[in-house]
Design a protein around this ligand. Structure first.
Ligand SMILES: C[S@@+](CC[C@H](N)C(=O)[O-])C[C@H]1O[C@@H](n2cnc3c(N)ncnc32)[C@H](O)[C@@H]1O
Length: 250
């Protein structure tokens, strides 16, 4: 199935390439470390014998996932009849930073801001005729998909340390090199090296996606690196964008 939200750096176009590279033998745990819109998780089959863990350090995003999982009907009601309007957009942007909202009210406002903003940045009014009804209509299905998924809100170091063992597959999709600022202050330039140090010593298997640049190629030179070329998300002139899929297994 598709994700219910757009997301900066979302892997809508790369998800099948990533799924093709999953190991033949099914690991007992699957951990999505930098979850975002979860394009790979939603495209992946839910397997009865495998525990799935979905994580992101963005707490508004994780509040939205938890509300979808446990309160999809209430969230749907909270979103009903919301129109695409600059006034509502600006008012929600203010409300979300103040106290006094319930988790469900916050989740509805966050969903609205993500869907209506330009490039899903949650900050800039999108000036399009987009609305949130497609996402809202999917909430029940998404809730069902998340039923057995453990949802975490940790930074990657703690999460990986907690779940790492020989029978785990991690899908790792960090902010791309030199795009860290698009995700607030959750990840900075030094984190690429920190993440690399953790992955060098990982007991489990990992699949890692990154932008194709010399810095990342150098950091991961001891691993299997494949180059993938896809259409550029934001350009309609056929320009290609190159990404890397890096693994510690073949
Ligand atoms: C490239 S996006 C992931 C996109 C996702 N794979 C998808 O398909 O939508 C990177 C994600 O990492 C999250 N993030 C940033 N810093 C983090 C950290 N220190 N620990 C865990 N998640 C973090 C961001 O909130 C963002 O959602």
């Amino acid at each position: 199935m598709n994700s219910f939200i757009p997301w900066i750096g979302g892997k809508k176009l790369l998800r099948n390439e990533i799924l093709k590279r999953f190991p033949d033998e099914v690991p007992s745990k699957y951990v999505e470390v930098f979850g975002g819109a979860g394009w790979v998780l939603f495209a992946k089959e839910s397997l009865s014998k495998q525990q799935e863990i979905f994580n992101d350090y963005n707490s508004e995003l994780i509040n939205l996932y938890r509300c979808v999982k446990y309160h999809s009907e209430e969230l749907k009601k909270e979103c009903d009849y919301l129109l695409n309007s600059r006034e509502i957009f600006n008012s929600y942007k203010e409300q979300i930073t103040t106290r006094g909202l319930t988790d469900i009210q916050r989740a509805a406002r966050y969903l609205y801001l993500i869907k209506i903003s330009f490039g899903a940045d949650g900050k800039t009014f999108g000036c399009t005729n987009r609305n949130i009804y497609y996402a809202v209509d999917m909430l029940r299905e998404v809730s069902e998909r998340l039923r057995k998924v453990t949802i975490e809100n940790q930074s990657y170091e703690r999460l990986i340390k907690h779940y790492d063992n020989e029978n785990v597959l991690f899908y790792i999709d960090p902010p791309y090199y030199q795009t860290e600022k698009y995700y607030g202050d959750l990840f900075n330039i030094e984190d690429h090296e920190r993440l690399n140090n953790i992955l060098i010593n990982l007991k489990g298997k990992f699949i890692l996606s990154y932008n194709d640049c010399d810095y990342i190629r150098e950091l991961y030179k001891g691993f299997y690196i494949e180059e993938i070329s896809r259409n550029h998300n934001l350009k309609s002139n056929g320009e290609k964008y190159k990404e890397l899929i890096i693994r510690n297994f073949k």
